[in-house]
Design a protein around this ligand. Structure first.
Ligand code: GMT
Length: 376
């Protein structure tokens, strides 16, 4: 199949999922065209099956806001015609499904029919999309998609609850490539550079937005390190980072907390981590938790959104109510204070991650694409 993938190219989980999906489809022989405003961060090498087309929005003083959706829909039309693309897979209802629908209509005018699959990732439903300014556009874009998927059952339920959706939504969970560089990374694991042998290493990875409850992470760590020698690795960048650095200073934690900024090599940090913290306000899936579990790192998380579908209570980690930092710290200490318990949780985390192996999930997307093509 010739498939166009439209996504946010940044460090967020949706961009990672879209990129890894495209790369795996390309390995299976499909021709993949990434269409976005900059090259997706996890898209390293292009080849005959992997193409990247940049959407440029010409600056013009008349436009107070530059019209990205307009440029994207025109680019989609051009690329579909030039490469004979058969299907659009857009990640996020707004603005991607919105622009995709316009492209479909323009192509229809020229006698070209092309199906559009929309994957919902969360922010377009639970955070931004639910805002009255966007709600009609989100409902419209979902209802006009040929096929709709969501990354968790929780997100599917929320979508039906919050919007007037007439389309069937298929749950296809996020996935992980379990074998990627595993041996090489484990062999070059630099634990001794990061912490003393008796210290546990705790990690958090995100875009440091408010929804991630960054101060909770610092406060949980503060409680843990009073009982167990530990270091905290904070990976990523975003609006809450400066505040987090100040909080660490206030609590006297600066020599125990390392802020890495954005990283393309999170596997190398996760390989020496003992515990992952994700106390988010809401999380449609929690891809970062799955990435940690794939590296045998147990997870202490909130129980919001799709997290209970990924992190299994008392097995791969523990889940607490949003904001319950005492419970999260206690659970972390329970896992970290005993070598045997920690080893068991590490094994379990990897076991759960195996259920989300890309090899199990990819055929579900392929089957959906076939169905979408046959429906035209
Ligand atoms: O979590 C973020 O802030 C980034 C956002 C994104 O669009 O990349 O993540 C959303 O999509 C991910 C991939 O499907 C999910 O794993 C995240 O849970 C979801 N974030 C939220 O629901 C807040």
């Amino acid at each position: 199949m010739k498939i166009a993938i439209v996504c946010y190219p940044t460090f967020g989980g949706s961009g990672v999922v879209a990129t890894e999906l495209g790369l795996e489809l390309a390995r299976k022989g499909h021709e993949i065209h990434f269409i976005t405003y900059s090259q997706p961060v996890r898209l390293a090498l292009l080849n005959t099956n992997v193409h990247y087309h940049e959407v440029n929005v010409p600056e013009y003083p008349l436009f107070h806001y530059q019209p990205y959706e307009l440029a994207l829909s025109s680019k989609l039309v051009d690329m579909v015609k030039l490469y004979g693309i058969e299907l659009l897979h857009v990640h996020y209802a707004i603005p991607h499904a919105y622009a995709g629908y316009m492209a479909k209509k323009m192509l229809e005018d020229e006698g070209i029919k092309i199906p559009m699959v929309t994957t919902l990732h969360g922010t377009d439903i639970t955070l931004v999309g639910n805002h009255p300014f966007y709600k009609p556009a989100v409902s419209f874009s979902i209802n006009k998609s040929d096929m709709v998927t969501s990354v968790s059952q929780s997100l599917k339920d929320d979508t039906y609850k919050l919007f007037n959706i007439k389309k069937e939504i298929t749950v296809i969970p996020n996935f992980i490539d379990l074998d990627k560089n595993k041996v090489e990374i484990m062999n070059s694991c630099q634990r001794s550079v990061m912490a003393l042998p008796n210290e546990r290493i705790i990690t958090h990875i995100s875009n440091f937005r408010k929804v991630k409850r960054i101060p909770d992470i610092i406060k949980i760590f503060n409680k843990i390190q009073k009982k167990i020698p530990a270091k905290l690795m904070m990976v990523g960048d975003g609006p809450e980072k400066a505040k987090a650095e100040l909080l660490c200073e206030k609590l006297g934690l600066t020599d125990k907390v390392i802020f890495f900024g954005n990283s393309n090599e999170i596997d190398k940090i996760l390989c020496y981590s003992d515990l992952f913290l994700l106390p988010s306000e809401t999380e449609s899936f929690g891809l970062a938790a799955l990435e940690a579990m794939a590296c045998s790192v147990p997870v202490i998380s909130s129980n919001s959104g799709g997290l209970p579908e990924v992190n299994i209570e008392g097995f791969s980690g523990y889940l607490s109510d949003v904001g319950d930092i005492d419970d999260m710290a206690q659970n972390a200490i329970k896992i970290l204070s005993d070598d045997a318990i920690l080893s068991e949780f590490k094994l379990n985390a990897r076991k759960v991650a195996k259920e989300f192996d890309i090899l199990n999930i990819l055929p579900q997307y392929e089957a959906l694409y076939e169905k979408a093509l046959n429906s035209m």
